[in-house]
Design a binder for this molecule. Structure first.
Ligand SMILES: *Cc1c(COP(=O)(O)O)cnc(C)c1O
Length: 363
């Protein structure tokens, strides 16, 4: 194949990140310390309109500790989508609570509000929708629904750094919000997660839970984990934070080009008032999605991704007997094309030509 491979995702790690890690190495102070504290402050300033945030060692830890910090545990139910990465439901299950899977709508692939309301019981402690692909879910409507029923809203914002709804940043709507810093996300710290909250009790619980239940050393107040972020990871994250807004604009420009030039497939929708940060650029291919995915790779040397092929309620780890029709449709028809900031104009042209050619042939 003559043309270079275009990967579906490409973490950008440069000289500044390497220098920042090297400086921490040279300091000899590697574990959670001043870099982590600075990363938290800067993350709050850049992405959360100043709302406090707490760094942990992964996004999954962030969800897990966020839920525990809000008092979620055995006997509780938390309503989550099935059409998401398994970490969303896993985090609920790991608290001892039961993840209850609700269906999605097919415009933005977010939880369907009416279906969620129909699944609220006296055991429901909260709702945890996902800002999937970087598009904000209707956080204002979900906050109102949660308030109406006296339950909490939690935000899985793993894929949505910088996304906003009516000018309000995601991660500031719920009792907590979680951002993943895994390498394929819009920004990375290597591994890591950031949990945002404006509730002082939840924030304190998070800080205790990530550190063996200690505020002061050897004065363990509660039973906790070691889910701390290292200063090495925080140093990477701090550099990435200076670039995330430019990278996001690049993603949005790439998406605009694809929107304008793709033909014969359904391009992603954006809700009124939504700022989509295009963690994924996800099209719908009602017929022949798997063939398009395979042909992009074999004939055009272009990577693409299916997020997610198996609805979580049907995974062996959950194995729920229930019908979620829109979830099944999405799992069969979605295909995410490269949209990352390192794409060149030529890469974008190649993606358009490839998709349009396959779509025209009837996939
Ligand atoms: C990536 C992701 C997570 C988990 O984050 P990690 O940092 O990989 O642990 C949770 N939820 C969603 C929707 C994700 O995409």
């Amino acid at each position: 194949m003559s043309q270079d491979f275009i990967p579906a995702a490409k973490p950008i790690i440069g000289a500044q990140e390497r220098a920042a890690v090297d400086a921490v190495m040279a300091s000899g102070m590697l574990a959670q310390g001043a870099e982590v504290a600075a990363f938290e402050r800067e993350f709050s300033q850049v992405l959360l309109d100043g709302r406090p945030s707490v760094a942990v060692n992964s996004g999954t830890s962030g969800l897990h500790l966020g839920l525990l910090a809000c008092g979620v545990g055995a006997g509780d139910e938390v309503i989550v989508p099935s059409f998401t990465f398994a970490a969303t439901g896993n985090a609920v299950a790991l608290t001892g609570a039961t993840p209850v899977f609700a269906d999605i709508e097919l415009d933005y692939y977010a939880l369907d509000l009416a279906h969620v309301e129909s699944m609220i019981t006296e055991k429901t402690k909260g709702i945890m929708p996902v800002h999937l692909y970087g598009h904000p879910f209707a956080a204002d409507a979900f906050a109102a629904l949660a308030a109406k029923h006296g339950i909490d809203l939690y935000e899985d914002a793993a894929q949505a750094h910088g996304a906003a709804l009516n000018g309000q940043m995601v991660g500031t709507f719920g009792k907590f919000g979680m951002f993943s810093l895994y390498p394929t996300k819009n920004m990375t710290s290597g591994e890591g997660g950031m949990v945002s909250t404006s509730d002082a009790t939840v924030e304190r619980n998070l800080r205790l839970l990530r550190n063996q239940g200690m505020d002061k050393q050897y004065e363990n107040e509660i039973v906790g984990f070691n889910n701390r972020m290292t200063d090495l990871h925080a140093a990477i994250g701090r550099v990435q934070l200076t670039k995330i807004m430019d990278w996001t604009r690049q993603r949005q420009d790439n998406a605009a080009f694809l929107n304008a030039n793709l033909d014969g497939v359904q391009t992603p929708k954006v809700a009124d008032g939504a700022r989509h940060v295009y963690h994924q650029y996800t099209i719908r291919v009602p017929q022949g999605r798997d063939q398009m995915h395979a042909r992009l790779r074999s004939e055009f040397n272009i990577g693409s991704g299916v997020y997610y092929p198996v609805p979580n309620h049907r995974l062996p780890s959950f194995n729920r007997k229930q019908e979620l029709p829109n979830t099944e449709i999405a799992a069969q028809e979605v295909l995410s094309l490269p949209v990352h900031p390192s794409l060149t104009p030529n890469d974008l042209e190649r993606i358009v030509t490839a998709v349009n050619t396959i779509a025209k042939a009837g996939a």
